[in-house]
Design a protein around this ligand. Sequence first.
Ligand SMILES: [Zn+2]
Length: 129
Amino acid sequence: MGTEGAEPRKTRAEIEKAGVEIMVVVAIIGLLMRVATVGISHAIEASRLRVCLLNMEAIDSAKSLWGLENKKGDNDAPTEDDLKPRLKDKTFPSCPKGGTDAVNALSMHAACSVHPASATPGATLATTQ
Ligand SMILES: [Zn+2]
């Protein structure tokens, strides 16, 4: 049993240098994870708003059909049950953040209580990107 091939003992300065390097690497990894987390949560929120706007567009389309089919005027407002047959899967869409959808009269856009931008005239998916 010789000592050939065995690494020499590290000096205290080398050990401290390795410790500092490990701390720098850990700090960089932490920073990258923070940036990724913020980016992901922003993307999730943007996706929820887009789903909500798509729901409002679907409701507005169903309202238009209901109005044409039933010869309704601008001040008439359908119920959710009136619109269900004209919506996908015949179900009334729900806000991904639990907002309450107001159908409103034919002259107004449908609106969400959580996403006020959904009731803004001209609000489209393009304005949220
Ligand atoms: Zn919403």
